[in-house]
Design a protein around this ligand. Sequence first.
Ligand code: GLV
Length: 351
Amino acid sequence: MTRRMKLVASGDYLHTTGPDSPADLGFDAFREGLFDLTLLPAAPQSEAVPAAALDGVDGLVLLGQYLMEASVATAERLVIVARAGVGVDKIDIDALTRLGIALFNVPDALTEGTAAGALTLMLTASRHVVALDQLTRNGRWDDRQNHRGHEIYGKTLGVIGPGRIGAELIRIVAPFRMRILAYSPRLTPERSAALGAEAVPLDRLLAESHFVAICAPLTVETRGMLGAREFSLMRPDSVIVNVGRGPIIDQKALVEALGEKRIAAAGLDVFEAQPLPAADPLANLDNVVLSPHAICDTYELRRGVLAVIARELQGFAAGNLPSSILNPAVLDTDLFRRKRARLLGGLATPR
Ligand code: GLV
């Protein structure tokens, strides 16, 4: 008997009250007869995918919810998870590997959108756009001289975590004639030369940069990387933006540094706790621009991400492997091999 590959998409795809249809989000790329795709009921990103949702499912398209061992432990058929993004800090990768489930992400499809988002935050934070907007709306025109911004042309940009997104940010700020510093513990002189950046220790980057852009993933090395000591090294006219992950910054120390104007401004797309609690002290500062982990989120980006995932899953159903598998050790496990063989053996598509 032949069948279609049973896929589900995590419930945060529909966690919206807006006009998005599955087609707007890019799910049309899956309508080729090969997949039997269900969008799970709306669920917040602060929750894990529920185990019951993965019962009898071959593949999961995961936006930003947690995927923990309890989510997948009983998912006997589940053999592939597509992370519709880059970061995998909310996924228990070891559990997936143990349970014979391959995980892949789509790193390239987010690069431009996130780099453009970082630049948006650099510009809006340094020009105090949110505060200026409020003045204009509220008849406080003459207050504008209290919100003078900082120039970007000719300044120094320090990129923490110059991977794909950091490299794209460096490329798109070229017209601003910035001097570029970069820090990563593994940055080689060859790579920094290719980026047009000077590789420097973190403390030097912080002390010399007018703009600090965090583009790093959350790892044991990056968690808590910037705290009170690091903010004390920064220039009083500096602007920090974070499009990496919230816990890279000690948020309490950042609030203090911003509140006491020891640094000029911040543009933040990610936070220690998400959603950012409504009463968070960050929300009372007028020198920050805040975004709910959505600065890269465009229709074009979402469609691009799902087009890549549809292509990779079509390839998987035809016996190929996705190009960006994050737990390659799974490929050698009997469990993965058995699950994959069972899936491929039962599918309707000619291979
Ligand atoms: C977004 O933050 C992602 O990691 O995809």
